[in-house]
Design a protein. Structure first.
Length: 518
C-alpha cells in the first residue's frame, strides 16, 4: 500500500516536470524526501529540475547525493555528466558518462552524450564512435542519428550526413530539423526530390509552428537554388515570422548592450595593459554570415594554428564576471584589476588548451565577439582581431534567409536587422578609433577578387608566414559546425557577391537606410 502511494506521488511529480511546473516538483520532492530520505530517484529528479532552472551548481549537488545513495544509478551519472558539460567542465563530464557506462555499457543516453561531448571538444572520430555505439544499441533512436548526421556534416561528409538525417525522417517524419540540415547541402537544381517531400509535408502533416518554421527555411533555400526568388522570399519570410513568434524576441536588450559597451570603454586607458599569457589568440569577429567561417578555414590551414571554431567561452566568462541580472554592470567593470584580468585570461587559455594542448596559436571564430573587443584588448593585449567585412546588403540578406541554431534572434525581422547592423557599424567605428592597429578588416569581396594578395596580408597581420595550404584552405579537414559547413569547404566562388539584387524588390527600404550609414 505504501509503495503504491509513493508511486502515485512520484508519477504526479513526473507529469508536472513534463509540463514544466518545475518549482512545484522541487518543493514536493523535498517534502517526500523527509519521509524517504535515501531515495536516489528523488534527488535525481530535483537535480533535473534545478538544471531546467539553470541552477547548475545546485543540480550537481543533488545528482552527487543521488549517486552516493545508489552508485548503480546510471541515469544520475549521465545527468551529472550533462551538467558538467553545460558548464564546459569537460573532464568531469567525461568521468561521469564513463561511470554511467561502467554500470551499464548499453546505457544509450550516456553513449550519445559522450559522443556529443567529444564533438564539442572537436574530436570527431571519438564522437562518431560513441554515436555509432548508441545506434547499435537501438537503431530507432532518432536523436543519435540526428547528432551523427551533424558530425558528418561538420567534417564535410554530406553523403553520410544525409543517410542519418533520412533515417531520422524515417523514424519521425515530423522531425523537420533533419529537413533543415538536408536542405543546407542539397543542390535542388540537380535533385528536386527533397523539395517535393518538403512541399507535401508542409501541406499534409499536422505540424507545430517550430516544425513548419524549419520547412519554410528549407523551401526558401530550395527555391533560391531554382532561381525562383519570389517564392524563395515568401518561404523565408514565413519562416522568420514563425521564429519571431516562437522566441517573442525584443531587440531593445541587445541594442542596450552594444550601446553600454561603448559607453564604459569611452574613457578607458588601454596603455597600461600587460600581457599575461604567452600563447597567441586570433579572434575572428564580425556580423554572422560575413565570411568568418571562410577566414577561420584559411588561417587554421596554417601549420602553426589550431582552429577552435565558434566558442562561446569568452562570452560566458565576461557575463559571469561583469554582469548582474543579465546586464553589464559598470561597478564590476570599474573593479577590474591585474589579478582578475590574469585569472580570466588563464581560465580562457586552459579551456582552449583542452581542445588542443600543443598549439601556440588558436583561432576563436565567435562572430559576436566584436562586442567584446575592449575586453579582449584587456585580457589578451597581443591578440589579433580579424574583422570580417562583407557588403552589408548581402550580409543582411544572408542573415535573414538562414535558420540559425544559435540565438541570433535579431535576424528574424528586417527592421531588427537594420537596427542591429546600425549599432554594430557604430561600435566597430568606435573600436577602430579607440584601438588603432589592433583590428584587421578582412573584406570578403577583396579576398574573392585577389585571394593570394589578401591572404598574404591577412597572415602578415597575424604574424604568420605565408603557406600555400592557406590558399588551398578547402582541403582543410577540421570541423565546421556552422551553417557555412558546405560553403567553407569549396574553393572561392563569386556567386554570392551582390546576391542581394535577386531579392531587392521584396526587401523594402532597409537597403536604402543602410546606404545612408556610409
Amino acid at each position: 500500500m505504501e509503495k503504491n502511494i509513493f508511486k502515485k506521488k512520484v508519477d504526479r511529480l513526473i507529469n508536472q516536470y513534463n509540463v514544466g511546473n518545475i518549482r512545484f516538483v522541487i518543493e514536493q520532492a523535498q517534502i517526500l524526501l523527509k519521509k524517504y530520505p535515501n531515495n536516489s530517484f528523488l534527488y535525481n529528479l530535483i537535480g533535473l529540475s534545478l538544471q531546467r532552472l539553470g541552477k547548475m551548481e545546485a543540480a550537481i549537488d543533488q545528482f552527487s547525493v543521488a549517486v552516493q545513495i545508489d552508485s548503480k544509478n546510471s541515469a544520475a551519472y549521465n545527468n551529472l555528466g550533462n551538467t558538467y558539460k553545460s558548464l564546459k567542465r569537460y573532464d568531469e563530464a567525461k568521468e561521469n558518462y564513463q561511470k554511467s557506462l561502467n554500470n551499464d555499457p548499453n546505457f544509450i543516453h550516456s553513449l550519445m552524450n559522450l559522443g556529443n561531448l567529444y564533438f564539442e571538444m572537436n574530436d570527431h572520430e571519438q564522437a562518431i564512435s560513441y554515436l555509432n555505439k548508441a545506434i547499435e544499441t537501438n537503431d530507432k533512436f532518432s536523436e543519435a542519428h540526428y547528432n551523427l548526421g551533424i558530425v558528418y556534416q561538420s567534417i564535410g561528409n554530406f553523403e553520410k550526413s544525409k543517410i542519418h538525417m533520412e533515417k531520422v525522417l524515417e523514424i519521425d517524419p515530423k522531425n523537420t530539423k533533419a529537413d533543415k540540415i538536408i536542405s543546407r547541402y542539397t543542390n535542388y537544381k540537380e535533385d528536386k526530390s527533397h523539395l517535393s517531400i518538403m512541399e507535401k509535408k508542409i501541406n499534409d502533416l499536422d505540424l507545430d509552428n517550430f516544425s513548419k518554421m524549419n520547412l519554410f527555411f528549407g523551401l526558401g533555400k530550395a527555391y533560391e537554388d531554382l532561381k525562383n526568388y519570389e517564392k524563395s522570399f515568401v518561404n523565408i519570410k514565413n519562416g522568420n515570422q514563425l521564429k519571431k513568434d516562437l522566441t517573442k524576441y525584443k531587440i531593445d536588450k541587445d541594442l542596450k548592450l552594444l550601446s553600454k559597451t561603448r559607453e564604459i570603454f569611452e574613457n578607458y586607458n588601454f596603455s597600461s595593459i600587460k600581457e599575461t599569457i604567452s600563447k597567441k589568440i586570433i579572434f575572428i569577429v564580425g556580423l554572422p554570415r560575413s565570411g568568418t567561417s571562410l577566414i577561420e578555414q584559411i588561417i587554421s590551414s596554417h601549420s602553426s594554428v589550431y582552429g577552435c571554431g565558434e566558442l562561446d567561452y569568452l562570452d560566458r566568462l565576461i557575463k559571469s564576471s561583469f554582469f548582474i541580472n543579465y546586464k553589464l554592470d559598470t561597478s564590476k567593470f570599474n573593479n577590474l584589476n591585474e589579478t582578475n584580468i590574469k585569472l580570466i585570461a588563464e581560465n580562457y587559455l586552459k579551456f582552449v588548451e583542452k581542445l588542443e594542448p600543443n598549439s601556440l596559436v588558436y583561432t576563436d571564430k565567435a562572430p559576436l565577439n566584436f562586442v567584446w573587443i575592449g575586453f579582449i584588448k584587456i585580457f589578451f593585449p597581443n591578440a589579433k582581431i580579424v574583422h570580417c567585412v562583407r557588403n552589408p546588403k548581402d550580409n543582411i540578406l544572408s542573415l535573414y534567409k538562414n535558420n540559425f541554431d544559435e540565438h541570433l534572434n535579431f535576424s528574424n525581422d528586417l527592421d531588427d536587422l537594420y537596427l542591429f547592423y546600425k549599432e554594430y557599424y557604430n561600435l566597430m567605428k568606435f573600436w577602430k578609433t579607440k584601438l588603432p592597429n589592433f583590428i584587421h578588416d578582412a573584406v570578403y569581396e577583396d579576398i574573392i577578387k585577389e585571394p593570394k594578395d589578401q591572404i598574404k596580408k591577412l597572415l602578415k597581420f597575424c604574424n604568420l608566414d605565408f603557406e600555400e595550404s592557406c590558399i588551398d584552405f578547402y582541403n582543410n579537414k577540421r570541423l565546421i559546425k556552422t551553417v557555412s559547413a558546405a560553403q567553407a569547404r569549396k574553393p572561392l566562388y563569386n556567386s554570392s557577391i551582390s546576391s542581394y539584387r535577386n531579392y531587392e524588390k521584396f526587401i523594402g527600404d532597409i537597403f536604402l537606410k543602410i546606404d545612408k550609414l556610409k
